[in-house]
Design a binder for this molecule. Sequence first.
Ligand code: ADP
Length: 264
Amino acid sequence: MEFLAVNLLQAGYPDQVVLREIRFELQAGQFLAVCGRNGSGKSTLLRALLKLLPHLKGKIYLAGRDVFQLKAREIAALTAYVPQVTEPVFDFSVEEMVSMARYFHQPIFFTRLSEADHEAVREALFLTETDHLRHKSFNHLSSGEKQRVLIARALAQDSPLILLDEPSSHLDLNFQLQVYQLLRRLQKEKGKTILVTEHNLNLCLPYCDRLMFLKNGKIVASGQPLEVVNKRVLQEVFDLEVELRENSSTGLPEISLIHHRERD
Ligand code: ADP
């Protein structure tokens, strides 16, 4: 079943249309990575899917429902958003941060959380291995810990689709891998549909079922990773000649940068 269907989407800001003619579908339980250069429109696409932009045209269907007809709370029931780990937040504890997700499930905001809410928070902390941090201030965590807590919050929201904006940025190699392995577990064990924007193609390639490349706000290639990752597409997307080699643990292609050395 297709969980997300986007047709002829045009999106942007009052002074600039960023995305044009965006058309794609994502099946329930699939993992899609959206890649492209800085400024190609990846974050704008996530904001568009959440109906957070002033300029939006076209069609977006979530679970068969027209997003333009849905209230923010109805969208939150279907889609959780994991922003980039950047700005400090108010001095919330980890448990408070994750619990916020449950307020979407309350009939009115700021009513007390039920035992089911607390259980959802406990499970999210457990799955992301952040339960030992629950009483710590979110602002005092390392970037890797913050990223896991933001994913915990998305999990506690209990929505079938999770959108993540560059989940590997600011993370060291170890945490990058941990985050993607966690996302794969959530996809396989919890049946989550996952959409990430990602800079690091070598990182996301082994985890995604589908890959979509954006350039200047348009889709330039989309499909299964092996169909779309080739030198010609990469040259077009990144304006850069690259080599491809085979990753020995996955057998999948991996980008190798070409460093031109100037002769003395
Ligand atoms: P990416 O995530 O691929 O780096 P973005 O979606 O952030 O790209 O940006 C795409 C374009 O939209 C850029 O030209 C950027 O300057 C513009 N843009 C991003 N955010 C805003 C904003 N809040 N207001 C106006 N223009 C924006």
